[in-house]
Design a binder for this molecule. Structure first.
Ligand code: BTN
Length: 264
């Protein structure tokens, strides 16, 4: 494993250029239970506060899972954002996904995709995840990206995963990645605030790794199987099931039968 590049506020801010006014506060922690929980527990933090941590001792994943968060090798970022009351937040987590892919492309990576609702994937392996939470009226956007996972953790993660070092075959520049991701979020949020998902919806098809795939979706109503047909403008997943097009607001895609994504 190559030397650690610890997170550095100056280096991260160097990537932000025109969006710097959107960032009201930047904190870099050494260790915290969860960056999302840290933001929800603090009162009086202004909208536009971003927090990175070198490590999370109880990182949260979707659906009550744990997000494995070893020290100094990945990105764990949470951003607090206050929308005007009444803003339609449908599809926000999908717009976050589009912004993260944009950031990774700006970093120089290609063939990174999104698995609805918001897994960041490469060659059917999970590269990152997004957890958007609303706690006591605060909206918190959490992003975890595998940058340079230590090998010893391989068995702790229950699903196929990959990291940026493996994809790029180079020592990752963690501060550059952190800054580029934060930059795209700070660019996206004011646009989403006015226009909602549509500007980002247009980007979805080229990133969508499920399109045309046979999928199993687990919902509170049980498991259903069909062919994924992309998303609608609210961010619902469309699936063709027995000749009928159905829309799903939530659910988990458990498996796909084909072995290659559209982008790979
Ligand atoms: C997923 O399950 O795919 C979502 C993972 C989200 C992980 C990130 S890491 C930063 C932020 N803090 C957390 O505790 N979780 C999110």
């Amino acid at each position: 494993m190559s030397a650690l590049e610890l997170l550095d506020a100056t280096a991260i801010c160097a990537e932000l250029d025109s969006v710097i006014p959107q960032l009201t506060q930047l904190e870099i922690l050494q260790s915290v239970d969860s960056t999302n929980r840290y933001l929800s527990d603090q009162s009086h933090l202004p909208s536009g506060t971003a927090v990175f941590s070198e490590q999370q001792t109880a990182g949260k994943g979707r659906l009550g899972r744990t997000w494995i968060s070893p020290f100094g090798c990945n990105i764990y970022l949470s951003l607090l954002w206050q929308f005007p009351i009444g803003t339609d937040l449908s599809g926000l987590s999908l717009a976050v996904g589009v912004a993260v892919i944009q950031a990774l492309e700006n970093y120089g990576l290609s063939h990174i995709g999104l698995k609805w609702p918001n897994d960041i994937v490469y060659a059917q392996r999970k590269l990152g995840g997004i957890l958007v939470e609303i706690k006591a009226g605060k909206l918190i956007i959490g992003i975890g990206l595998n940058v340079q996972m230590p090998n010893m953790l391989e068995t702790d993660i229950t699903q196929p995963w990959i990291d940026i070092r493996t994809i790029s075959q180079q020592t990752p520049k963690r501060n550059r990645l952190a800054g580029l991701v934060l930059r795209e979020l700070l660019l996206m949020l004011p646009i989403f605030q006015i226009k909602g998902l549509p500007p980002f919806y247009q980007e979805w098809p080229r990133m969508d790794v499920l399109y045309g795939q046979e999928v199993n979706i687990q919902t509170t109503q049980g498991m259903q199987q069909g062919i994924a047909q992309g998303i609608d403008v609210k961010g619902n997943l469309k699936i063709l099931i027995n000749g009928e097009l159905k829309s799903f607001h939530s659910g988990e895609i458990l498996s796909t039968r084909q072995t290659f994504s559209k982008n790979s």
